[in-house]
Design a binder for this molecule. Structure first.
Ligand code: ZN
Length: 173
């Protein structure tokens, strides 16, 4: 007798497919997977914000709830700093900078600092060390649509490779 995937629960190293709608405390919709494919993530590997990952642990397919995530369990508190202006020509010519983009810069102490592109001014790119959703209380209306075993490659990479684990991709790790 085969075990139905419906018997699986969300535990570390399972790939979990969720549908979600994310709203902020004001009720504004920020993001949603509805109307598109569900989002796959590898449980226990920090693919999603800690508060949501914790709420999904131990749940089964069909679980639906609204999970409220405080900033410290989401994208962090806002540290109050203002975005920094960086000349647009400091970026390589073949590098297209887009709002929302995240990358890592090195500070004077040689530390790796994540920054987000939050806007543009004439000839300038605005970089913020705060995630765009830092300080926000996040409301995830979430549903678990599938739980499956991860492939060896997915476990090695620490993230899922598509809905079925078969999507090949090329990246540097
Ligand atoms: Zn990968």
């Amino acid at each position: 007798m085969s075990t139905s995937h419906l018997d699986l629960t969300v535990t570390a190293d399972k790939v979990v497919l969720i549908h979600y709608t994310l709203t902020n405390a004001a009720g504004e919709e920020l993001d949603s997977s509805r109307g598109d494919e569900p989002l796959p993530y590898l449980h226990g590997h920090g693919n999603i914000v800690p508060g949501l990952e914790r709420a999904l642990g131990g749940k089964k397919v069909g679980f639906q709830d609204t999970v409220v995530v405080a900033p410290e369990d989401g994208y962090g508190e806002h540290d109050g700093s203002e975005p920094q202006q960086v000349p647009a020509d400091a970026f390589p010519d073949d590098f297209e900078v887009e709002e929302g983009m995240q990358f890592v810069v090195e500070n004077d102490l040689g530390e790796q600092i994540p920054v987000w592109v939050v806007g543009f001014e004439e000839g300038l790119v605005l970089l913020d060390t705060n995630h765009p959703l830092a300080g926000e209380t996040l409301h995830f209306q979430v549903e678990i649509v599938k739980i499956r075993d991860a492939t060896a490659e997915e476990l090695h990479h620490g993230h899922p490779h598509g809905l079925e684990g078969t999507e090949g991709h090329h990246h540097g790790h």
